[in-house]
Design a protein around this ligand. Structure first.
Ligand SMILES: *Cc1c(COP(=O)(O)O)cnc(C)c1O
Length: 402
């Protein structure tokens, strides 16, 4: 409906294109505000938010607990740098260790890529100490866009313009335990894996894959790094996705949903991996700043206090079942867990589905040419999700025609 593009969004879009590097293309809508699971664009049109800023807005928009925590903290102490410590970061690190249920040490960052940079530097240092010169990651993996994180990202189109990279990374097909076993030797420093691949299109591995990866790392001494930047903080109905498999990684990275919209990430080293970094090995001026740490604590308190893990398991299972029960020629099926689902199409029309959904008042994400990703705020209700399921056949019809 670009010919009817509303004026405020349109003129902001023109200024956006003039002022910004073209890395993102032109987003289709300018959002102006949000409340709960709804957002409004610059022209006042209302949408049900089924993507949550890519699995970030875990409490939805303007959640009172987040607003209160951030407002209080910014009015009290917004920044210390790492020259000084502060209570919110200590509480947050203790809290994350508690949720993990295993001894660990934390490094706080501002983003997902930075959490993986910390994990990568940790792995390189571990590798240097033990004559382990290479790393293993999965094809189609997404670990971020900075040079280090990009070196682990298994998508040739976004890697190749920027290579060669300073670390050797060997890529294996995701979900293939035999391929992993062949690739990981006692010369491998670390294996980086997403418990379910997010940007690849919410692709879960076969059952037992994470357990196999754990066993392979135990047998060779390679570190198992779980990139849970997208999968953690309740997204799958557990605090961490690896908890579904009953395995612990050596290193865990977090970001997206942790701050509920405030930028924060974390790299956790479990057991001996917590002491690979020594004083001076890493740092960040803003990482774990008081405001973002307070936001993360509010997110964790709310998930716990409102029993959102159980809520996510119930609403997610219901949503997946309701979509799977639809019969439409463009719909191949649904996969994923909790409130993190892929609607798989029978044709590469995800862009058209995303557009048709938006015209119908729903924000979804065309994560792959034939896959729609849903990652709504964890607080969304079954009743509101049912409005999307009811509209989906019409949305798919629209996307099939234009
Ligand atoms: C989003 C994401 C990243 C990168 O996080 P940024 O905050 O965008 O740097 C890394 N790994 C995974 C699995 C992600 O989903």
């Amino acid at each position: 409906m670009s010919e009817h593009r509303p004026s405020a969004s349109h003129s902001l879009g023109e200024r956006f294109e003039a002022a910004f590097m073209p890395t993102y293309g032109l987003p289709p809508v300018a959002l102006a505000r949000g409340e709960g699971v709804r957002v409004w664009d610059a022209d006042g049109y209302e949408y049900l938010d089924l993507i949550g800023g890519i699995a970030v807005s875990s409490l939805g928009h303007a959640h009172p607990a987040l607003v209160e925590a951030v407002s209080r903290q910014v009015a009290t102490l917004a920044h210390t740098s790492n020259l000084f410590l502060h209570e919110p970061e200590v509480l947050l690190a203790e809290r994350l260790i508690g949720l993990l249920g295993a001894p660990a040490k934390v490094f706080l960052t501002n983003s997902g890529a930075e959490a993986n940079e910390a994990a990568l530097k940790l792995a390189v240092k571990y590798g240097k100490a033990g004559d382990r010169p290479y790393l293993v990651a999965a094809e189609n993996a997404f670990h971020g866009r900075t040079m280090g994180a990009l070196s682990l990202t298994g998508k040739p189109a976004i890697r190749e313009p920027f290579g060669p990279f300073p670390v050797e990374v060997r890529f294996v097909p995701y979900g293939d335990a035999d391929a992993l076993k062949n690739a990981v030797t006692d010369r491998c420093a670390a294996v980086f894996l997403e418990p379910t691949q997010g940007e690849a299109g919410v692709v879960p591995p076969p059952d037992g894959y994470l357990r196999a990866a754990r066993d392979i790392c135990d047998a060779t001494g390679a570190l198992l790094v779980a990139d849970e930047i997208q999968s953690a903080i309740g997204r799958t109905g557990r605090w961490f996705a690896h908890q579904h498999d009953g395995v612990l990684p050596d290193v865990l990275t977090l970001a997206k949903g942790l701050g509920g919209g405030m930028p924060i990430g974390a790299c956790l080293g479990l057991g001996p991996a917590g002491t690979v970094f020594a004083k001076g090995d890493h740092g960040s001026t803003f990482g774990g700043n008081p405001v973002s740490a307070a936001a993360a604590l509010a997110v964790l308190d709310t998930i716990e206090g409102e029993d959102l893990l159980e809520h996510v398991r119930i609403t997610g299972a219901r949503l997946a079942a309701d979509i799977a029960a639809l019969d439409h020629p463009l719909l191949a099926g649904v996969r994923g867990r909790g409130l993190w689902l892929a609607v798989v199409l029978t044709a590469d029309r995800a862009g058209q589905v995303q557009d048709a959904a938006r015209r119908a008042g729903f924000l979804v994400n065309a994560v792959q040419p034939g896959v729609i990703r849903l990652a709504p705020p964890l607080v969304i209700t079954t009743e509101l999700l049912a409005t999307f399921v009811a509209a989906l056949p019409f949305i798919l019809d629209e996307a099939s025609h234009d």
